[in-house]
Design a protein around this ligand. Structure first.
Ligand code: GDP
Ligand code: ZN
Length: 291
């Protein structure tokens, strides 16, 4: 049988095959071979005498270590109008990490009842991202956002207080996923759980319930540093025009990316974030490769 690991707890893996959830143990030789199943992994398992055994973990397309989730399809980056206001550097850093891992970043501005996000909407639309402006309070824009959750594995990130729980409750709260589990788990309960878990949504996909998670680590990853410009696809497009192949796009004369920012072809804040992240990563050494 095949399914998705939705929870890993005290040596047990809970595998959802689409119709039921099975409690499984890992096969004895699993640990020796260095395979450590993660939530989000597709796994093969067998049932014998009422108990399940994980027999294989299928190849992952990506994984994050914090939160520990594999095969993530989308990262919803949630900001709100105030307390705290959108922070371009934080958003851009998250988009870059997502792009690096092959995860689609989706920008969400919540609390549109309380303010005008048009300045930020235009920055992120111009940068090529999909942007959703919503109000969990009034329900504005929620339907369009809801359809983004169907299929695959979604992760939400954003500072505490931006309204992540409110959005999920507004979307899924009263559709009674497994008898109200969503509203309970994604509501107040989510702050008390310590482990990461995937919740199956009524519309098909899964959402990672990631306690206390509001930022992604760059984790001293040398490869990320080396590929940084390509993790800003809107900037990368202009790097072919740089005079020097070694151009870091931070200060060089003849830099196509800097020229594009000066001409207004790319957003200045995106280049500023790139430069700040470049600065943050610049001392990572080749032996600090993460994988
Ligand atoms: P989380 O920490 O990201 O999960 O944020 P919460 O969902 O707990 O929301 C934090 C606060 O913002 C709560 O007091 C919510 O009532 C409020 N809030 C959430 N969404 C909205 C919204 O769309 N508009 C307004 N005005 N307040 C909101
Ligand atoms: Zn350049």
């Amino acid at each position: 049988m095949t399914g998705i690991i939705i929870k890993a707890l005290s040596g047990f893996y809970y595998i959802d095959d689409g119709s039921a959830v099975y409690e499984c143990r890992a096969r004895g030789n699993f640990r020796k071979s260095g395979i450590s199943p993660l939530v989000g992994d597709k796994a093969e398992f067998e049932l014998s005498g009422g108990s399940g055994v994980v027999t294989a973990v299928l190849p992952r397309k990506n994984f994050l270590s914090r939160p520990p989730v594999a095969n993530i399809d989308r990262l919803f980056i949630v900001s709100s109008f105030e307390n705290p206001a959108p922070n371009e550097y934080i958003i851009d850093r998250l988009t870059a990490i997502a792009v690096y891992h092959g995860i689609e970043p989706i920008i969400v501005f919540n609390k549109c009842d309380a303010g005008d996000f048009s300045r930020w909407e235009s920055i992120y639309r111009a940068a090529g991202f999909r942007v959703f402006t919503v109000s969990a309070e009034t329900g504005d824009g929620i339907d369009a956002l809801k359809s983004e959750f169907s299929g695959g594995i979604s992760v939400l990130t954003g500072n505490s207080g931006v309204g992540k729980s409110s959005i999920l409750n507004r979307i899924f709260g009263n559709t009674a996923l497994k008898t109200g589990e969503v509203s309970e788990k994604l509501g107040r309960g989510r702050h008390t759980t310590r482990h990461t878990e995937l919740l199956r949504l009524p519309c098909g996909g899964y959402i990672a319930d990631t306690p206390g998670f509001s930022s992604l680590e760059t984790g001293g990853d040398y490869e990320f540093k080396e590929k940084l410009i390509s993790c800003f696809p809107d900037l990368y497009e202009y790097s072919g025009g740089c005079r020097f192949t070694s151009c870091t796009h931070t200060c060089e004369k003849g830099c196509g990316v800097i020229a594009a920012a000066e001409n207004g072809e790319i957003q200045k804040s995106r280049l500023e974030s790139y430069k700040a992240l470049f600065e943050e990563l610049k001392d990572i050494k080749p032996w600090q490769a993460k994988r």
